[in-house]
Ligand binder design. Structure first.
Ligand SMILES: [Zn+2]
Length: 348
């Protein structure tokens, strides 16, 4: 402040200065209030948007917070990355670019798909972990049939070749095409697919083979399927989601006709076994009498089961000579029957 100013002038100038400061303070307070309100609004919007995304979220569903797309199957969302889907599948790329889509309010793309929720969950787990240490790729880790089925269906639909091929190779590894292959695979089948061989699973496998042009799986799958009770052959089995997995009416007919034919063949095998009972087999071991009787009079004569899974169960209690005779007769019948499965089930 210049020295020449009077006290009065100085006081006037100070009053102006104080007025300016007060005004600035009011402006600042107003701006702060406005900024605070802005932040508050933004937080409310984000919260609302987040709950809009969460409407699709379910416990245990795959949900990456930094994902950019929500795939919704049967009302359940999977928040994943467009880049990962597009990298493996041009079908996903097209779907993302062209299908009827909508954006959730948070800006995440939402894509409705027609897949079963369990199938999509399995498929995405494998898609996100494709390396050799992936659970599904470990050769001696049994895979549940639900996994194999989901990966074949969605691997084909979304054209992810490595997933489709891996799942098909699992199925092939438990479906021998010759009796020699059968003998090699027997015992190791359940190392590839949990609890296999199993007639109920065979219904699923026949339907997969039909839908995806895998005819080599059919003969053995039909053989397993025809071991099932009539009611199961006719009405199918229940899937995890409560729907039924059923054979087509043509395949039911194939199964029933094959079942009848194999039952007759098994009756004939039993007749052959009967003719080799101890008196014919020059066996004097008393224990063998009752064992042969149980083999030829057990439940086997009237079943279509020519390929019992385990010789050892049947052989218990026989002497060495009878064991050898029994094995040779049964092996002969199996060797002749196995190549006939395609004809027996009218698959050619
Ligand atoms: Zn004997």
């Amino acid at each position: 402040m210049p020295q020449s100013m009077t006290n009065k002038e100085r006081a006037a100038q100070l009053r102006v200065l104080i007025g300016d400061i007060k005004q600035n303070q009011q402006d600042f307070n107003a701006a702060t209030r406005s900024f605070g309100a802005g932040i508050h609004d933004l937080l409310c919007t984000l919260e609302a948007q987040a709950s809009a995304d969460d409407q699709y979220r379910r416990p245990n569903s795959i949900w990456y917070n930094d994902g950019s797309v929500i795939l919704v199957a049967q009302g359940t969302g999977f928040k994943v990355h467009q880049s990962v889907l597009s990298q493996h599948s041009t079908v996903f790329l097209d779907l993302i670019e062209t299908a009827s889509l909508r954006w959730s309010s948070l800006g995440t793309l939402v894509v409705m798909v027609s897949d079963y929720v369990d199938d999509l969950s399995i498929f995405l787990k494998v898609l996100y972990n494709p390396g050799n240490d992936s659970y599904f790729k470990m050769p001696n880790t049994p895979a549940p049939i639900e996994w194999v089925s989901a990966l074949i269906k969605l691997g084909k639909k979304y054209q992810v070749k490595f997933i489709f091929d891996e799942a098909v190779s699992r199925l092939k590894s438990v479906h021998p095409r010759t009796y020699a292959e059968y003998k090699l695979m027997r015992g190791a089948m359940s190392n590839h697919i949990s609890d296999y061989p199993n007639g109920e699973m065979a219904i699923t496998i026949i339907n997969l083979a039909r839908a995806h042009n895998l005819p080599n799986l059919l003969p053995f799958a039909f053989y397993l399927c025809c071991q099932l009770p009539l009611e199961t052959i006719m009405h199918g089995v229940k899937r995890n989601d409560g729907t039924a997995e059923k054979l087509s009416s043509d395949d039911i007919m194939r199964c029933l006709k094959g079942r009848e034919q194999l039952t007759l063949m098994n009756a004939s095998l039993v007749q052959t076994l009967r003719s080799y009972m101890p008196s014919m087999n020059k066996c004097n071991a008393h224990k063998c009498d009752s064992r042969w009787v149980s083999v030829v009079c057990g439940d086997s004569p009237l079943s279509p089961k020519l390929m019992g899974y385990n010789f050892r169960d049947w052989e218990i209690g026989f002497c060495k000579r009878c064991k050898k005779a029994y094995r040779r007769i049964v092996e002969d019948a199996r060797e002749k029957t196995f190549p006939m499965f395609s004809d027996i089930f009218e698959l050619n």
